[in-house]
Design a binder for this molecule. Sequence first.
Ligand code: 13P
Ligand code: SF4
Length: 391
Amino acid sequence: MAFTEPVATPLALLLLGHGADPDSERGVECPGDLPPVSDPDLVTRAAAAKAALGDRLYILGHHYQRDEVIQFADVTGDSFKLSQQAAAHPEAEFIVFCGVHFMAESADILTAANQQVILPDLAAGCSMADMAAIHQVDAAWQAISAAGLADSTIPITYMNSAADIKAFTGRNHGAICTSSNAKRSLEWAFEHGERVFFLPDQHLGRNTAVRDLGLSLDDCVVWDPHHPTLTPEQLRDAKVILWRGHCSVHGRFTESSVKDVRARVPGVTVIVHPECRYEVVEMADLVGSTEFIITAIEEAPPGSSFAVGTELNLVRRLALRHPDKTVVFLDRDVCFCSTMNRIDLPHLVWTLENLLQGRVVNQITVEDESAKWARVALDRMLALPGVGAKD
Ligand code: 13P
Ligand code: SF4
């Protein structure tokens, strides 16, 4: 089954210096004076500011962050684990989230009112999350409702989404999922309805529905927000209505990436993230979340070889951490997640030194009504059996 790149939404990534959207903070530049990247004292300055802030500060680092930032993280993890870790540290006034915007929003929703969540660079968005704007999702839900299907359709929304999409999910009896509990979330949804409205990552939705739940590719239809052409009959006959969104990093791995690496590295185990395309996942040996990939490589015997289909910062770190194993990147051309990479040492130093001087910069807050309903959807996920802090 062929995958074609969706047309970019007008809301998708705004290039820096090419306009800004203050509502979503995309394209917004740093409001202060950043230290120069060439400053040889950046590491010392970050360490000094962190030490001076002590327990008032807790730094979260997503696995896809640069090493220069990860060295200052109090905890590393996937988006879900990090949000939970933030909530587990109520003594910290300042949660500095080295990750992307939707993660900082989730942390704000899950933490206490007195805790302030900070994203060191407001331009660190996520192209996948930006592929589903709330007015587009509302329009799709109206079509589903007009077909008489709203009562029998359960929304399941991937963690990688804006807070207002999570709130939509909570209001409409749905739940959030992560890459490690998508199967459990879809099973839950089918216990409560006849079909699932899965957003915003079509690949995670399709991979889970077909590979884990045994549905057929024909049971899945794709809702394209730019060309909403699905008929009421097509919506009714579908088991899963997939939103036409994808990760611009994982979506780039292809079948040739897998064929090439198998030819280059004999006996290699191909391990990929479920945000990869269905054809790629079908060709892989192992599929799972970032935490799954890390554990699989850690637990493999010395001498094992892995080709990893996920973000490059993590793959490079895994290769360095396991010199007794061969760990290569699945594709020669796929690059870093550009928005994850926005968070660098100058932004971290700027953030911490401002906090030290009593100025909270780049605080991420989700307004109360959205936070309330997004929390409902998150809590439904957390209540699923087997879904814990390190699901
Ligand atoms: P996880 O953090 O849930 O592994 O998701 C991968 C990802 O793409 C994060 O942006
Ligand atoms: Fe978004 Fe993909 Fe980057 Fe994750 S890796 S932040 S899903 S663009």
